[in-house]
Ligand binder design. Structure first.
Ligand SMILES: Cc1cc2nc3c(=O)[nH]c(=O)nc-3n(C[C@H](O)[C@H](O)[C@H](O)COP(=O)(O)OP(=O)(O)OC[C@H]3O[C@@H](n4cnc5c(N)ncnc54)[C@H](O)[C@@H]3O)c2cc1C
Length: 413
């Protein structure tokens, strides 16, 4: 060990610099309380502080920073959705992601690798053509590509015509990317705390006080806190927390699992997904193959990893990449995802005054982190719903005005 490092570690005059606010007592009152210190909660706090000058803000986290779905996702960033509303929204998020390291002066390891979704049927080709048209119209790089191009782009992919579901074509999305997920939460949290926001870990919101239709305080395991406004950003617990404010959300929670292999030398650049075989694979900059698929088939609040899902993901990934039969598994994990009926988020106002919703992030919310931060902070600061998130309001379920992204999220997240 270098001598300088040892000296630093042992010397009491060199206290380690805290990235985030050290735990202090909770204040009696905050202008804004944000429930949940994942990427979304911290991004909202950061934007409130940096762009709206609102710093009397507490982010309350029952566990540890980024320990929810933010640190469990497979980091896929893309904007090639199907609906105009979806493409518009995620396109702006991808743009913000591209500049995030500069914004933080902190490396979030953004890698523009491209994303390829495989078509194994005529029906899939038809729907991909539709998606490509919508995407191009909205300024997103997305095109249908043929077998020959796919074979050249991904030489290790099983292009055999004798496979169970031969690959017929693909939707190529050059804007597809990945970033280091926990670094995103750390970057936002550091930026928020540097500007005066308080981050309180191990602080669970147990109840929410509403007086005459308006939120006035939250009760936590560390005491009661009065507040001018509350934002809930608790993916995986959205219905549970909203219920404390008397709000019913059309959300059911399902576990979502993923796994990684041991590291290999770099051979796969794009992110590959197959809605038909129901699996996706990409290789991290460390060399591990990340493998994921669909949610568990039953609603459950749990983060256990199951043998059943491991077998399913292993079989499906080997169908696309036969060499993975030799790979050793390093880790498997799960998160709890809050699924809406139309596979789009619920953002904006709620029936309770000054209580704002950032929910329904299912299996697709990591990529939305930066734009949620911007739009939700604007909503809290100005009380006006930004146009970009207007289509995602809770009210849409009462007007039968849903934004159906089921096809564009399947096994791609
Ligand atoms: C295996 C897996 C793979 C995924 N892959 C992708 C992907 O590739 N791309 C993509 O875009 N999305 C993906 N997702 C979805 C994505 O991870 C989530 O949508 C996103 O992380 C949501 O972020 P968040 O900040 O809203 O929630 P979280 O990061 O879950 O943060 C919410 C926080 O709220 C806290 N909390 C809950 N209840 C309380 C309470 N009562 N009081 C205080 N704190 C509370 C939790 O402890 C948690 O830390 C994936 C999810 C999983 C599980």
């Amino acid at each position: 060990m270098p001598f300088g490092l040892l000296k630093y570690g042992l010397n009491s005059e060199y206290p380690g610099k805290h990235h985030f606010t050290p735990a202090t007592e909770l204040k009696r009152h905050y202008d804004v309380v944000i429930i949940g210190a994942g990427g979304h909660g911290t991004a909202i706090a950061y934007n409130l502080a940096k762009y709206h000058g609102i710093t009397n803000v507490a982010v309350l986290e029952k566990s540890y920073l980024g320990g929810g779905n933010t640190a469990r996702n497979t980091a896929v960033i893309r904007s090639n959705y199907l609906t105009e509303e979806g493409v518009n929204f995620y396109r702006e998020s991808v743009k913000l992601f591209n500049n995030l390291s500069n914004e933080f002066n902190y490396n979030v390891m953004m890698e523009s690798r491209g994303q390829l979704t495989l078509a194994h049927s005529d029906a899939a080709i038809r729907s991909f053509r539709w998606r490509a048209e919508v995407n191009q119209h909205m300024g997103v790089r997305s095109e249908l590509i043929d077998r020959q191009t796919i074979a050249e782009m991904v030489p290790n992919l099983n292009m055999s015509e004798d496979s169970r579901y031969p690959i017929m074509a693909g939707l190529w999305h050059a804007d597809g990317a990945t970033a280091r997920h926990d670094a995103v939460a750390w970057g936002y949290a550091k930026g928020a705390c540097d500007r005066g926001v308080e981050l309180h870990q191990l602080t669970e919101v147990e109840d929410i006080e509403i007086t005459q239709g308006r939120v006035t305080a939250v009760k936590t395991n560390r005491g009661r806190v009065e507040c001018g406004a509350v934002v809930q950003a608790v993916a995986g617990a959205s219905s549970v927390v909203a219920k404390k404010a008397g709000i019913a959300l059309p959300i059911h929670c399902y576990p979502l699992q993923a796994m990684v292999t041991q590291p290999y030398k770099p051979i796969l650049t794009p992110h590959i997904s197959s809605p038909h075989v129901h699996v996706y694979v990409h290789q991290t900059s460390r060399g591990e193959f990340v493998i994921g698929g669909g949610s568990d088939p039953y609603p459950l609040y749990h983060t256990r990893a199951t043998l059943d899902q491991r077998e399913t993901l292993a079989a499906a990934s080997m169908e696309l990449f036969p060499f993975l039969a030799q790979a050793r598994m390093l880790r498997q994990w799960a998160g709890t995802t809050d699924m809406t009926p139309d596979y789009s988020p619920i953002m904006g106002l709620s029936p309770v005054e000054n209580y704002y919703l950032d929910a329904g992030w299912g299996t697709w919310g990591f990529k939305a982190t930066p734009i949620c931060g911007v739009t939700m902070a604007e909503l809290v600061a100005t009380k006006k719903v930004p146009d970009l998130i207007k289509p995602f309001e809770l009210e849409r379920f009462y007007r039968y005005d849903q934004i159906n992204e089921a096809g564009a999220t399947a096994a791609s997240h």
